[in-house]
Design a binder for this molecule. Sequence first.
Ligand SMILES: NC(=O)c1ccc[n+]([C@@H]2O[C@H](COP(=O)([O-])OP(=O)(O)OC[C@H]3O[C@@H](n4cnc5c(N)ncnc54)[C@H](OP(=O)(O)O)[C@@H]3O)[C@@H](O)[C@H]2O)c1
Length: 238
Amino acid sequence: MNGKRTALITGANKGIGLETARQLGQQGMTVLDGERGARAVATLRGESIDARFIALDVTDAASIAEASRMIERDLGRLDVLVNNAGIILGRPKPSETRLDDVRRVFEVNVFAAIAVTNAMLPLLRRASPAARIVMVSSEIGGLSNHGDPDWTYAWFNAIAYPASKTALNMVTVQYAKELAATGIKVNAADPGYTATDLNGNRGTQTVAEGARASVRLALLDDAGPTGGFYDARSQVPW
Ligand SMILES: NC(=O)c1ccc[n+]([C@@H]2O[C@H](COP(=O)([O-])OP(=O)(O)OC[C@H]3O[C@@H](n4cnc5c(N)ncnc54)[C@H](OP(=O)(O)O)[C@@H]3O)[C@@H](O)[C@H]2O)c1
């Protein structure tokens, strides 16, 4: 077994996922870039980061199973899982929302996070110290935010993306409950509004800033929280 700690980051070919891999790699971790094409690994390896490409389409059960087999064969365990892959399909008003789009968004943002987590859990359970699981959510999924007229994104009025992140928050809490006795910590991360392809690069933060919440939760020590929702500094309202 590799003595170094290993992190799998889904959707790591660009944006916040790539930067999360970079920052975890800079902390000395081996990073498995879960991507649909080996685009980012060469960049990270050029920065002396121990990055390895792992083919992973998070909506494809066979791809997830193959990824877990490869990690089992090559490493025997997994120390950190960051469920980062996510999509947004515009933000049509609720009354103009197409159900197929809601399904597609939930497929990546919610169902895939469950599928990948369950496939990786046998590997995560072997980590010592106990593994960390990060669900990359968004304050846009915070129910209480949407009731606050003074909230920065109070104008956001759509179903698919916000509801997917609300659901992901519940997924986080339920895994945290089940795994509490194992020491595995499961938390949701809010990257903050970050310039990536997801928002046409209109975000106000850099990816270096946007990755901090995930990195912090991936590196929590034993005294750290579980079952919570955090940005880079503090707790975020559900
Ligand atoms: N940017 C923000 O302001 C912001 C704010 C809050 C939360 N977030 C969350 O942060 C996470 C990362 O988003 P980002 O802003 O970095 O967006 P991004 O640059 O568009 O990156 C999204 C990543 O997800 C991957 N992905 C999508 N579908 C996938 C699939 N089926 N299998 C594997 N990978 C898949 C993409 O890969 P491909 O290139 O192959 O499609 C890409 O690597 C998302 O969960 C997003 O909801 C972002």
